[in-house]
Design a protein around this ligand. Structure first.
Ligand code: NAD
Ligand code: UGA
Length: 469
């Protein structure tokens, strides 16, 4: 029986391994992590992450061929294939701070593999890493090898949160990069055989190591660039009377451009787009490619501009002050169908409003008060470092209340802001909400999900992204 071990039981490691276990009953899969609380949650009824369809998959194979454990060394030493899916956050200190990927967690996993291995291993980079990381990992493993042979593969993950299970079951492609030597090709084939249990052969792409590593950064940069492009257009739409939804539709009809990922928004969030572009920028700078670095940096600058623009619009349309005014925030997660708040645009919007002394009442169906308070008191980039795993700090933002209902959030509010596109926000009783709000009652739709005509008929003053007033 082939044995797989995955180091890192996070948003990627957990769902990916569960789907491998379900599709490959002949493979034993162990997911290990240093976080005791995460592993106990994976073994309990309340999984540590909210992801549609994940519960069913885990329940079907947990205890059969899928195991979650903190006994990292045992499972690593027994495995034939080791996936490394640890966090690779942006460095907060030292050389490359604010840009470069912090590979501390990756390096410590690699050193541990070298320490405990007693047989040959295939080590798979699942985490998103800078190009050439495999070379560094190879050196760490070879210099500590005690005669054991390692093959390093790059197998970046392309799942998106909220749709992870469907993305894993039906991926656009699986990418495997490896050394172009007989041993490297054999390792690539071994990993291909795992995915071939459910992924059609023509969707499994094999490349050299550096192409695979770079393709992941490139894919995220291209995706984020589309959003910044449409968001930049949204500013021009607001200035000219064009409607960004109509522009996106017209542009996306060109089959060379395509209709997906062209929704204007308050800005993109999530744990990876910003981090991976910064990482790409840093790699470009290190290679002396300053124009290329500047080009990609602009994607992040436009995203920051979009979040600022949203806050400025709220303040300026509410008579240039939100001081002491209650503002309801509907949605805090970085997108719908996840409880993840990493780099959510809601953090910057809320901090912007708080700095103008607004009082915020926040509701998100999947995010706890503890998490929101932690996010609003944490420094940029700290969230993905070990501090993230600690309980919330005792300091909390007093101007913020977190409620478990959109009606409570909006009661007596001067304005409501939609920051996450949760479906339930489309079907609220807006007449009831309007009746319970201060007048004039403002709506700022950061996701363009509201029925603007209906809201205006009720009496709301509505601002959408990139749409005429
Ligand atoms: P995560 O923070 O949810 O999970 C990482 C886990 O690794 C944590 O539970 C942490 O405790 C554990 N860990 C860290 N060091 C360890 C060690 N030495 N031994 C054992 N466990 C250790 O992160 P994630 O969102 O799953 O992302 C993991 C990687 O995948 C990142 O590089 C990310 O860029 C990439 N990625 C993420 C997504 C996504 O949607 N979240 C998608 C594609 C790729
Ligand atoms: C993204 C990529 O889509 C995945 O392919 C990749 O694997 C992953 O990053 C990663 O490397 O972590 P994710 O961040 O989970 O996935 O979610 P997306 O659906 O890409 O959304 C990212 C952000 O962009 C969200 O805040 C979303 O609301 C925003 N977005 C998305 C828009 O503002 N407009 C759009 O048209 C699409």
């Amino acid at each position: 029986m082939v044995k797989i071990c995955c180091i890192g039981a996070g948003y990627v490691g957990g769902p990916t391994m569960a789907v491998i276990a379900l599709n490959c009953p002949s493979i034993e899969v162990a997911v290990v992590d240093i976080s005791v609380s995460r592993i106990s949650a994976w073994n309990g009824d309340q999984l540590p992450i909210y992801e549609p369809g994940l519960d069913e998959v885990v329940k079907q194979c947990r205890g059969k061929n899928l195991f979650f454990s903190t006994d990292v060394e045992k499972h690593v030493s027994e495995a034939d294939i080791i996936f490394v899916s640890v966090n690779t956050p942006t460095k907060t200190q030292g050389l490359g701070a604010g840009k470069a990927a912090d590979l501390t967690y990756w390096e410590s996993a690699a050193r541990m593999i070298a320490d405990v291995s007693k047989s040959n291993k295939i080590v798979v980079e699942k985490s998103t890493v800078p190009v050439k990381t495999a070379e560094a990992i190879e050196r760490i493993l070879r210099h500590n090898s005690k005669g054991i042979k390692y093959q390093i593969l790059s197998n970046p993950e392309f799942l998106a949160e909220g749709t992870a299970i469907q993305d894993l079951f039906n991926p656009d492609r699986v990418l495997i990069g490896g050394r172009e030597t007989p041993e490297g090709l054999k390792a690539i084939q071994a990993l291909k055989d795992v995915y071939a249990h459910w992924v059609p052969e023509d969707r499994i792409i094999t490349t050299n190591l550096w192409s695979a590593e770079l393709s992941k950064l490139a894919a995220n940069a291209f995706l984020a660039q589309r959003i910044s492009s449409v968001n930049a257009m949204s500013a021009l739409c607001e200035a000219t009377g064009a409607d960004v939804s109509q522009v996106s539709h017209a542009v996306g009809k060109d089959s060379r451009i395509g209709p997906k990922f062209l929704n204007a928004s308050v800005g993109f969030g999530g744990s990876c787009f910003q981090k991976d572009i910064l990482n790409l920028v840093y790699v470009c700078e290190c290679n002396g490619l300053l124009e290329v670095a500047t080009y990609w940096k602009q994607v992040i600058k436009v995203n920051d501009y979009q979040k600022n623009r949203f806050v400025n619009r709220i303040v300026s349309s509410m008579f240039n002050t939100v001081s002491g005014k209650k503002i309801a925030i509907l949605g805090f997660a970085f997108k719908k169908d996840t409880g993840d708040t990493r780099e959510t645009p809601a953090i910057d919007v809320c901090k912007g409003l708080l700095s103008d002394k607004a009082r915020l009442s926040i509701y998100d169906p999947q995010v706890t008060e503890d998490q929101i308070q932690r996010d609003l008191t944490m420094n940029k980039f700290d969230w993905d470092h070990p501090i993230h795993l600690q309980p919330a700090s005792p300091t909390s933002v007093k101007q913020v209340t977190v409620v478990w209902d959109a009606y409570a959030a909006t009661k007596d509010a001067h304005a409501l802001c939609v920051l996450t596109e949760w479906d339930e926000f489309k079907t609220l009783d807006y007449r009831r909400i309007f009746d319970n709000m201060q007048k004039p009652a403002f709506v700022f739709d950061g996701r363009n999900i509201m029925n603007v005509e209906m809201l205006r008929e009720i009496g709301f003053i509505v601002y959408s992204i990139g749409k005429p007033l």
